[in-house]
Design a protein around this ligand. Structure first.
Ligand SMILES: Nc1ncnc2c1ncn2[C@@H]1O[C@H](COP(=O)(O)OP(=O)(O)OP(=O)(O)O)[C@@H](O)[C@H]1O
Ligand SMILES: [Mg+2]
Length: 232
């Protein structure tokens, strides 16, 4: 296959991915020669101890950070071959991302935060509002539409971030500890939503988690260990 294109229908793949941090007194090799491929509709969990490099990996796969070695293909496009602007457009179109620390816009309401990716993609405002509201209701926040992030609990902020990641109906959603602040019942609702979207819309999910209950319900579980992913 050509270097700049993926030959198959994978929504995400990476080859020989490596990351080391060279600032500071010593070089830290976090990831080395890592391979991963996700097909449409696949749900994959990544587990691993604190500091093993899970967030680093997600940031590389999502194009938020640059690898030291290797390449990432997202929706068929090689990230390193794209300029800053093209990469941003691709991410807005093809990827939903839930950060470990939610990154909501503080001055906007829950509803406005969820509308944002749609408005960036030029969806008309009434349609954006309708879709954002439906998703917020789906994650149990129909009564918190006009609250700003500071007026929401940790778990509520997390659910706003999840709704925001889903609103553009991307082919792939990456979530970093999405259920960390959620009670069992609410976490279960998020799991059901993922299952539903993966079978109904072929949305793929890549989830970093310490929640073994969540990991167990995915199609595959991979452990990040010594810079590599191993199947468990
Ligand atoms: N900018 C940086 N400079 C130097 N080292 C870094 C930097 N960012 C992360 N690291 C190191 O890389 C390692 C992996 O960090 P990362 O945040 O990916 O871990 P994690 O698996 O997500 O952990 P957690 O489960 O606690 O969220 C850590 O040891 C961390 O100290
Ligand atoms: Mg992390």
């Amino acid at each position: 296959m050509s270097e700049s294109r993926m030959s198959d229908k994978a929504v995400l793949s990476c080859r020989n991915l490596g990351k080391s941090y060279d600032e500071g007194p010593e070089s830290v090799q976090v990831l080395a020669n890592l391979q991963l491929e996700l097909q449409p509709g696949e749900r994959v969990a990544i587990v691993g101890s604190s500091g093993s490099g899970k967030s680093t990996l997600l940031n590389l796969l999502g194009g938020l950070d640059t690898p030291t070695t290797g390449s990432v293909w997202l929706a068929g496009e090689q990230l390193s071959a794209l300029g800053e602007r093209a990469r941003g457009l691709l991410r807005n179109r093809a990827l939903g991302f839930v950060y470990q620390f939610h990154h909501l816009l503080a001055e906007f309401t829950a509803l406005e935060n969820v509308c944002m990716p749609l408005l960036i993609g030029r969806t008309p405002i009434p349609e954006a509002r309708e879709r954002a509201e439906a998703l917020l209701k789906r994650v149990g926040l129909g009564h918190r539409l006009s609250h700003k992030p500071a007026e929401l609990s940790g778990g509520e902020r997390q659910r706003v971030a999840i709704a925001r990641a889903l609103v553009n109906r991307p082919g792939l959603v990456m979530l970093d500890e999405p259920t960390g602040n959620l009670d069992h019942h609410t976490a279960q609702g998020i799991q059901e939503l993922m299952r539903e979207l993966s079978s109904a819309s072929q949305t793929a999910f890549l989830v970093v988690t310490h929640d073994l209950n969540l990991a167990r319900q995915m199609d595959r579980v991979l452990k990040l260990e010594d810079g590599h992913l191993v199947a468990i």
